[in-house]
Design a protein around this ligand. Structure first.
Ligand code: BGP
Length: 471
């Protein structure tokens, strides 16, 4: 069977500054840099972000590889801690500025449509020490930083993103102890989440003011959507899934795409007396902020049931008060990451955006498969034959294509990631790239999936899908 995407479809990869550049020449540390300094044992093989994939020194040759592979789009992020020397005054770091200027110019000259994201989990440690996203001063400092970035690069960068996966730092830093500072405090998490939404809204409004005469400049947010499937249609399971969806998806989707706060979510937080502190100006800013397109990261859905053991009301409140995860017996798992693989959900996301979010133009801004010990698959020429990755992408593209056929307005697909990159705590355990990285020499070698990507455009955006691949 063959599927085809429209002529101008964006094909590319996504990565982030802190996971690819290395710390070189930064005058400030972010929470990840600091966390590694404090507790290297928290990281796989005790490998930190100092060198990462050294894109600080390799961006020129990396962009050449992107061109060789016909990739017409890309996403990365600016590190706040690299562009800004004095986080409080906003004084620019000249070396950081020169680096990003040269990097983005190169992408611009190569005709690679680039989304520049402003924040990818990388809170400056100095601001974490005053409460991070729970502190409204941080919101103002973020907006100031965003303005500086727009002023510095707005002439050569057309597409911007305010945040990558804003819910993830809430989960990682305030609920489930994945990331430094490993706080467990749902109420603080709600405040941090709300303040992030406000920082996003104020930045979007500022952006539209700054670029109101230039319709080519567009801004988005990158949301990781994890649709919640109830175990079955029993009312309590359906209700549990609905609450999970409100907290982890709609809290961001509705506020950032529609400018509204879901009534049911507000009710729920009110009942528990955990509504965040807010001002009417902040609510107005959220109402006014309209993104121009939406970035969707999709890895896995969530499977939900009502609690099987009643919640103890003496325990500090957590989202688990309302639901439990459920193991779907038919699930397919990526064993290296422990995430479910369910490509059909991408179709459902597309239809949801079409029906409930004004059919806003959207892009798959991340999707991908991390695999451990990929050297097992290396052939005598040094190439990694990652057929599993190609199949994974084909399955997702098949379902995405079905959604587009039904009228969903998706204009591109970016794979996580370009060159194998450093991951929070997992370091280089799982490899996601279409280009492999030799950690000792920093040598790049294109994987089979890279060459497969290259052929998509050469084949007029037609992709052959083998019988039996789509279940
Ligand atoms: C997304 C993040 C990325 C990336 C990816 C893979 O949630 O935006 O930064 O890391 O997931 O996840 P991981 O690196 O944890 O395996």
């Amino acid at each position: 069977m063959k599927i085809q995407f429209e002529k101008n479809f964006w094909w590319g990869t996504a990565i982030s500054g802190p996971q690819s550049e290395g710390i070189f020449a930064k005058s400030n540390l972010n929470i990840m840099d600091y966390w590694y300094q404090q507790s290297p044992e928290d990281f796989h093989n005790q490998m930190g972000p100092e060198i990462a994939s050294d894109m600080y020194h390799h961006y020129n040759s990396d962009i050449k590889i992107m061109q060789e592979l016909n990739l017409n789009s890309y996403r990365t992020s600016i590190q706040w801690t690299r562009l800004i020397k004095n986080i409080k005054t906003g004084e620019i770091d000249q070396e950081g500025y020169q680096f990003y200027r040269a990097y983005f110019q190169k992408l611009h000259d190569a005709n690679i449509k680039t989304i520049v994201n402003l924040y990818h989990f990388d809170m400056p440690i100095e601001l974490e020490n005053i409460g991070g996203w729970t502190n409204k001063e941080v919101v103002d400092l973020y907006v100031k930083y965003a303005q500086i970035a727009f002023e510095c690069f707005g002439d050569i960068v057309d597409y911007w993103a305010t945040f990558n996966e804003p819910v993830v730092p809430i989960e990682g830093c305030y609920l489930y102890q994945w990331y430094y500072p490993k706080i467990v405090d749902f109420q603080k998490g709600i405040q941090a989440g709300f303040n992030t939404i406000v920082a996003h809204a104020k930045t979007v409004n500022l952006f539209h003011k700054m670029f109101k005469h230039n319709p080519n400049k567009k801004i988005t947010v990158i949301l990781n959507l994890t649709p919640a499937y109830p175990k079955d249609q029993q009312a309590e399971n359906v209700e549990a899934a609905e609450i999970r969806d409100l907290l982890f998806n709609k809290a961001f989707l509705d506020t950032m795409v529609l400018g509204t706060f879901p009534d049911k979510l507000v009710e729920l937080l009110k009942q528990e007396n955990i509504l965040p502190f807010y001002t009417t100006d902040e609510i107005e800013a959220v109402k006014d902020a309209r993104i121009d397109f939406l970035g969707v990261n999709y890895y896995q859905p969530s499977r939900i049931q009502a609690r099987t053991i009643p919640w103890n009301n003496n325990d500090p409140i957590m989202p688990a008060k309302w639901f439990e995860n459920y193991q779907w017996p038919e699930r397919r798992i990526n064993p290296y990451r422990g995430w479910e693989i369910h490509p059909q959900t991408l179709y459902e996301i597309g239809i949801n955006i079409k029906n409930n979010y004004n059919n806003i133009p959207w892009i798959v801004s991340e999707n991908g498969m991390g695999v451990e010990d990929e050297l097992r698959y290396q052939d005598s020429n040094g190439q990694i034959n990652d057929n599993y990755r190609i199949d994974f992408i084909k399955e997702h593209l098949y379902w995405l294509n079905q959604a587009i056929k039904q009228g969903s307005n998706c204009f591109g697909y970016q794979l996580w990631t370009f060159v194998d990159c450093w991951s929070w705590a997992n370091s280089y355990k799982n490899r996601y790239g279409i280009v492999s990285l030799d950690l000792e020499t920093q040598t790049r070698t294109i994987k089979k999936s890279g060459y497969w990507f290259k052929e998509i455009i050469e084949n007029n955006n037609v992709i052959e899908i083998e019988e039996g691949l789509i279940k």
